[in-house]
Ligand binder design. Structure first.
Ligand SMILES: C[S@@+](CC[C@H](N)C(=O)[O-])C[C@H]1O[C@@H](n2cnc3c(N)ncnc32)[C@H](O)[C@@H]1O
Length: 248
């Protein structure tokens, strides 16, 4: 299994993601919408996953397209949209290496997902691609992890989620390893589907989240040509995520 396969949001991951985190609530959506000046603009959600934000925004009348590197997350997004008679433009792409034939007035990234890009090089590549797909004056709004552990820690595997699925159960085991000096947390997940105590499917996922300082993001964004770069209140009190807004 390649590193990319291991970190991918696969089929079982997607199933449990949607059971655990259904559509975003109004407060979460509003924290992005308040920075989007007009409902008539074209919006792109990068790393949109299965549509937790994209779908409620479409329902509110916003014109939102989305992309993600996980075929399974996008498939779930597309199925959920079809059930609601919503027909957004969805495409598979890597945020660090994509081109857009269309220009957007707003691009956004939710859920601290910018921190899934664990080097400044990767992040700068993503910022450059996003800059190129924005219309002049377009906004880029994203969240990232800004608070991490100050110590190296290594947890045991433990079950963190379990949901009924068909005639069986889907569960998720998690192991968390903090590398304080690297400002990185490694999350390992083992998803299992079982029926009458017999395991019928399993999937492993390993992903890293990197903590960033606003000043690092400011420099990377500025170097890509963004301006009016500022931090916004948006992730709510006690959150480990920061929000950045900037303009092309
Ligand atoms: C935590 S999920 C967030 C999904 C959605 N935005 C939400 O709030 O539910 C992170 C998403 O980022 C996607 N992702 C991770 N690395 C990516 C990359 N390099 N390019 C595009 N998408 C990526 C994953 O496939 C996953 O769907």
């Amino acid at each position: 299994m390649s590193d990319r396969d291991k970190s991918a949001y696969g089929k079982l991951c997607t199933l449990i993601y949607d059971l655990d985190k259904p559509l975003a609530d109004k407060q979460e959506i509003d924290s992005f919408i308040e920075h989007i000046s007009s409902a008539s603009g074209r919006i792109l959600e990068a790393m949109c996953g299965s549509g937790r934000f994209l779908i409620p925004m479409l329902k509110e009348g916003y014109c939102v397209s989305g992309f993600d590197s996980s075929a399974e997350m996008l498939k779930a997004c597309s199925e959920r949209c079809r059930e609601l008679d919503l027909h957004p433009r969805l495409f598979t792409a890597d945020v660090t290496d994509f081109n857009c034939d269309e220009k957007y007035d707003h691009v956004f990234i939710t859920a601290g997902s910018a921190s899934l890009l664990t080097t400044i090089e990767e992040l700068s590549n993503a910022f450059r691609c996003i800059f190129n797909c924005l219309a002049p004056g377009g906004n880029f709004i994203f969240t990232y992890v800004n608070r991490g552990s100050r110590e190296d820690t290594d947890s045991d595997w433990k079950e963190v989620m379990s949901y009924p699925l068909g005639r069986g159960v889907i569960s998720c085991m998690e192991k968390v390893t903090c590398h304080a000096s690297l400002r990185t947390v490694i999350y390992e997940y083992l998803y299992e589907v079982s029926e009458n105590g017999i395991i019928t499917g399993s999937e492993y996922q390993k992903l890293a989240l990197r903590t960033y300082e606003f000043s690092e993001l400011y420099t990377a964004l500025h170097d890509c040509g963004f301006r009016n770069i500022s931090e916004a209140e948006g992730c709510g009190p006690g959150s480990e995520c920061g929000m950045v807004i900037c303009r092309k």
